[in-house]
Design a protein around this ligand. Sequence first.
Ligand code: HXC
Ligand code: NAP
Length: 288
Amino acid sequence: MNVKGMLKENSLKGKTVLVTGGATGLGKSMATYFLELGANIVIASRKQEALDKAKDELINLHGGNVVGISCDVRNYDEVENTLKKIKEQFGQLDILVNNAAGNFISPTERLSHRAFNIILDIVLKGTCNFSLAVGKDWIKSNQKGKMLNIVTTYAWTGSGYVVPSAAAKGGVLSLTRSLAAEWAKYNININAIAPGPFPTKGAWDRLFPKPFRAFVDPKKRIPLKRFGEHQELANLAAYMVSDFSDYMTGEVVTLDGGEWIYNAGEFSWLDKIPKTLWSVIAKSTKKK
Ligand code: HXC
Ligand code: NAP
């Protein structure tokens, strides 16, 4: 597939966007498209080397302003310091994308309390930290702003074997709706995207590791029978952080090829019934 960019040229011109976890995976794909649309880009995560590499790649592709700031989202001082640096460089931050995450698969009873907490801290506390620091700043300076949180579909269904992530993403989902209700009066819009499986090294190495791949094909769970393309997610994200979505707040948009609704549906398995058998079934179920 060759998915094209969706928004008009310069749709984010003059906006400064922070993407946490923006040096890799989906964060990097979103940052790349926002840059193409004219935004100043700040990517923030722990590994400076990855930030520098991504910054070079983005500038080579589209030119423009890209800054990488080393920041652990779990540490509130580092979060405030990141915002300070952004304001020094660009005057203000307009858009916050809470994308950084940690995750792994494990039977929950095998986890140490540290392993459980590390995921809660990155995903839930990290998102709270940036939302609070940035929200306070926008309210103080009477500034319009957009926040976009990246959750998952199991934020509402729950899921075994990724329990810390599910609990944390559920918290982020609730944070999204709660803050959206409270901060609409300040002209702050807060929305979320719930992606289904989009191939990234970070997710695939940890959630679909090599020993699994012979037995499990995650594509088989998706009724549209393919994974998402990064540009499809970037298109949706760009709309949701742009001025075009000013009337949207507290919303969570699912982008998963129908995966969660298909697997939740009581009778979706009837897909497996051969067409020819339906006449026999109709005969036995229709009134004579
Ligand atoms: C069990 C594990 C573990 C694993 C680490 N731990 N990996 N326990 N199974 N696979 C435990 C460690 O033993 C340790 O506990 C504690 O967790 C902290 O581990 P560290 O390695 O010291 O932590 P750190 O180096 O900070 O790494 C954090 C991390 C790592 C979360 C563990 O995976 C990471 O950096 N992740 C960032 C990127 C990421 O996860 N991307 C995927 C997002 S995908 P003890 O008790 O031994 O000290 C996603 C998609 C969801 O969210 C939906 C897909 C469809
Ligand atoms: P990824 O490439 O591993 O991205 C995670 C990013 O978070 C990394 O850049 C990582 O950088 C950063 N990060 C982790 N801990 C951090 C911390 N303490 N402070 C700052 N940054 C930290 O994985 P991805 O697949 O692109 O995931 C991106 C987002 O999409 C996540 O929110 C994930 O839950 C969500 N999602 C992904 C999928 C999928 O199929 N890929 C599906 C549903 C939801 P450092 O390690 O350098 O800090």
